[in-house]
Design a protein around this ligand. Structure first.
Ligand code: COA
Length: 403
């Protein structure tokens, strides 16, 4: 059992102190049903395939057809794990994304309607590059500390688009991760140990007028590692923990080699046996990311799901460190602790089947799909039906219609 020291102490409005465990009760990801093979993409771009598969650590890249936007992907990630009781108990939906479809209306409002959540709920979208879902999780924990019977649905959803024939093209992807946060969670307790760090830099950004991200790739790699160093050093100071205290680490993975660089930066702090063990866990944590690509806000949580689904020797009581990084930039280091029975809550078979049942696109077809656009003049477009539970059905009068 998880010790009392992990429990949140919260003094409520009438001054009563309550202790409770708050964390991830269920989690699930969604990625569209088509992908491009990275070796084929490398050949088409006249690049050595090993650069993509080994140098970046990516073997496949999910492609979002026009019928799957960040809203429909968010709903597709969440619906398989929600029961009617969950939908009644959820009173807060937080969608973290940097692929927003509207400057005003939160995607969470669409998601709330699509999923049939209790109408007396808050719905909001959060943004800070790939970091937003992490602050979504921390906000959910604070909300539940005050409202113990409620549940919060946190979803990270994004389509990573750098453009055809750009240096970032190899690190694109599409997908969403949904996490149900509650008291007495059945997957993991979110520990109260987060250390965050904010700095005003331009390593990756997307101006309002652009559908493609701007990126200073080398600089963003350096900043990712530099923020890791900063938050990890401060984390050790505040908690007195060492790397040896963690069974595994999960990193934000814009491409899977990035996390390996982060891990290698920390490994010299432990002996060789522990280095080998952490490296083995890292390999489990990037199995899915290698096949999906970058999903921005969801990348860290896709990696966590990969670790939980794929690792052979995780046990209740193990603590996993998470490093979240959002360009611009905010870094955060925190941990979760697995609880008794967590394996029973994993959707590993559903995840594996989703990846295995996808259809491979030729590079030419990927390019055609990539260039499809919705009208921006208010005209009507009716899209054909795809195979997912939720999809973008069309646009009309500048409004998105879902089914
Ligand atoms: N076999 C094996 N590895 C190879 C190779 C080959 N034939 N050719 C190149 N590589 C390796 C390089 O050595 C390099 O590895 P290293 O980083 O460990 O040194 C890696 O492949 C990438 O090569 P590089 O020349 O740096 O690639 P690039 O100029 O195309 O840039 C990114 C790569 C990631 C910077 C670029 O894709 C990008 O800007 N992505 C978006 C931003 C991003 O993801 N930032 C991350 C922080 S959030």
């Amino acid at each position: 059992m998880i010790g009392d020291k992990l429990r949140y102490t919260y003094r409520n409005d009438v001054g009563r102190v309550t202790n409770m465990n708050i964390g991830i009760d269920k989690l699930h990801f969604f990625t569209p049903h088509v992908y491009v093979d990275m070796e084929e993409l490398a050949e088409a771009r006249d690049v050595e395939p090993a650069k993509f598969t080994i140098g970046l650590g990516q073997t496949q890249q999910a492609v979002a057809p026009i019928t799957q936007d960040p809203v429909s992907m968010a709903a597709n990630a969440a619906w398989p794990i929600l029961t009617d009781d969950d939908k009644e108990a959820i009173d807060f939906i937080i969608v973290g994304s940097e692929s927003g479809v509207d400057q005003s209306k939160a995607m969470a409002v669409h998601v709330h309607q699509l999923l049939g959540i209790n109408p007396f709920a808050r719905a909001i979208e959060m943004k800070e590059a790939c970091y937003a879902a992490t602050v979504g999780l921390q906000t959910a924990v604070s909300h539940i500390a005050r409202h113990p019977e409620s549940k919060v649905l946190v979803i990270a959803t994004d389509i990573a688009r750098y453009g055809l024939n750009t240096s970032g093209e190899s690190t694109q992807g599409a997908g969403a991760v949904a996490m149900l946060i509650s008291k007495d969670p059945r997957v993991a307790v979110i520990n109260d140990d987060a250390v965050s760090y904010t700095g005003d830099i331009y390593d990756f950004w997307r101006p309002n007028y652009s559908t493609y991200a701007q990126v200073d790739g080398k600089f963003s790699n350096e900043q990712y590692l530099s923020y890791l160093e900063t938050v990890w050093t401060e984390y050790k100071k505040r908690t007195n923990k060492t790397l040896a205290d963690f069974k595994a680490l999960a990193f934000h993975l814009p491409y899977s080699k990035m996390g390996l660089k982060g891990l290698r930066q920390l490994l010299p702090e432990v002996d060789e046996a522990k280095q080998a063990a952490l490296t083995e866990q890292f390999e489990a944590s990037r199995v899915y990311n290698k096949r999906v690509g970058n999903i921005y806000t969801g990348s860290l949580y896709l990696s966590l799901i990969s670790l939980l689904d794929q690792s052979q020797d995780l046990q209740a009581g193990d603590t996993i460190a998470l490093y979240s990084y959002g360009s611009g930039a905010v870094g955060e280091f925190f941990s979760i602790t697995l609880v008794e029975g967590f394996k029973d809550m994993l959707a590993d078979e559903s995840h594996q089947a989703m990846l295995d049942n996808r259809i491979q696109l030729s590079v030419a077809d990927y390019e055609l799909i990539f260039q499809e656009e919705l009208p921006t003049d208010g005209s009507q477009l009716v899209l054909s039906e795809d195979e997912e539970q939720f999809q973008l059905a069309g646009v009309e009068d500048h409004k998105r219609l879902y089914k």
